[in-house]
Design a protein. Structure first.
Length: 315
C-alpha cells in the first residue's frame, strides 16, 4: 500500500457474474432464450473497489479490497480482473472451504435486471478478516460497506474505522427484511439506498424529490449522519443533518443498469476522499452511476475520472 495516498477501502463480496441477455426477463416457471451470455467480475465489494480504483487512477488516490474468494477457477479469474483495475489485493484471502461467490444475472432489452446470488466464500467472512488486514482498516479514509457479507463483520468493520476517524459509507443492499442492526446506525456517516431499499428501511418508496427528502430525514433520524436516496433516472436527494438538496439526473441512454449503484457509491467515496462536501460528492456519484448505465457489464461498466469530469462540466 502507498501510505501517502488517501485510501478508499471496500470490505465486501467478490463474485463472478454469469450474465444472460434476453428480449425480456422470464416470469416464474418460464424459460426464455438469451441472445448470449458473459462471465465477468461482480459482487458489490469488488465492483465498488474496481470502480473506485478506475476513478482513483488519475487522482492520486488508492483503492483496496478486503474479502474472500475460493481456491477455484472463479477465484483466480476474480483476482486477475481486480488486478487489471489496479485494486490493492493484499486483503483478499483465499478460502479453502468455500467456493467463490457466484451471481446469476438476467438482463432484458430495456436494461432492467434480475439477480440471484450464491454467496460462497463471501458468507464466511468474519472479524478475522479485519484483524488480518488491520493495516488497511487503520489507514482507510473512506470505508465502503455492503450487505453481501455477514452483518456481524460489517458492524465490526464500521466500529474499527470510526475509532480512527474514517468515513463509513453504507450501501444497504440487499436490504434485510429485519432492517439494519440498531448498533450499526450511529456508525454510518452516509447511507445510500435506492428506491426499493429506501422502502424497506422507511416504508417510503420515493418517486419525487419531496418523498426522497422525507425518507432521507427519516434515515438520519435513525442515527446515520447523512443519507443519499437514489431514484435512478429521477435523480438523488442528499441529506446531512438538517441540510439537504436535490441533484437532478444526468441524461443518458441506459443499456445496462447492473453496476449503476456500485459505481455511484465508488464515485461518492472518491469524491469524499478528495475532501468534497456531501452535496458535491453526490453530484460526482450521480455522474458515475449514470455513465455506468451506458456500458455493458458490472465492474467493466465503471467510468474513468476524465469521463466523469466531462459529464460534470457538461451537466
Amino acid at each position: 500500500m502507498t501510505e501517502s495516498k488517501p485510501l478508499i477501502l471496500s470490505f465486501g463480496s467478490v463474485n463472478i457474474d454469469v450474465t444472460a441477455r434476453a428480449r425480456r426477463l422470464p416470469r416464474p416457471g418460464e424459460t426464455v432464450h438469451a441472445h448470449g451470455y458473459t462471465l465477468g467480475l461482480g459482487g458489490k465489494g469488488s465492483n465498488q473497489a474496481a470502480a473506485a480504483a478506475r476513478l482513483a487512477a488519475s487522482l492520486g488516490l488508492h483503492a483496496a479490497l478486503v474479502g474472500r474468494v475460493g481456491r477455484d477457477a472463479f477465484g483466480a479469474q476474480a483476482r486477475a480482473d481486480l488486478e487489471r483495475f489496479g485494486v490493492d489485493l493484499q486483503g483478499l484471502r483465499d478460502d479453502a472451504g468455500n467456493p467463490t461467490g457466484l451471481a446469476l444475472i438476467g438482463i432484458d432489452d430495456g436494461g432492467e435486471n434480475s439477480i440471484t446470488v450464491a454467496g460462497g466464500a463471501n458468507m464466511a467472512i468474519d472479524e478475522s478478516d479485519i484483524v488480518a488486514s488491520a493495516g488497511l482498516f487503520d489507514a482507510a479514509r473512506v470505508l465502503l460497506l455492503q450487505l453481501e457479507i455477514p452483518q456481524a463483520a460489517v458492524l465490526a468493520a464500521a466500529r474499527h474505522v470510526r475509532r480512527r476517524g474514517a468515513i463509513v459509507v453504507m450501501d444497504p443492499a440487499p436490504a434485510p427484511e429485519e432492517g439494519l442492526p440498531e448498533a450499526l446506525w450511529p456508525l454510518i456517516d452516509i447511507i445510500t439506498p435506492n428506491e426499493s431499499e429506501t422502502a424497506r428501511l422507511t416504508d417510503i418508496e420515493p418517486q419525487t424529490a419531496d418523498e426522497a427528502a422525507a425518507a432521507a430525514r427519516q434515515l438520519v433520524a435513525r442515527g446515520a449522519a447523512g443519507a443519499v436516496v437514489k431514484m435512478g433516472g429521477r435523480g438523488v436527494w442528499w441529506q446531512h443533518g438538517d441540510d439537504g438538496g436535490f441533484v437532478p439526473p444526468f441524461r443518458v441512454t441506459p443499456i445496462d443498469t447492473v453496476a449503476a449503484g456500485d459505481c455511484f457509491n465508488a464515485g461518492l467515496a472518491v469524491a469524499l476522499a478528495q475532501g468534497r462536501d456531501l452535496a458535491g460528492a453526490t453530484r460526482v456519484a450521480a455522474a458515475s452511476g449514470a455513465l455506468a448505465t451506458t456500458k455493458h457489464g458490472a465492474a467493466d461498466a465503471a467510468p474513468t475520472w476524465p469521463e466523469v469530469s466531462a459529464m460534470l462540466e457538461g451537466g
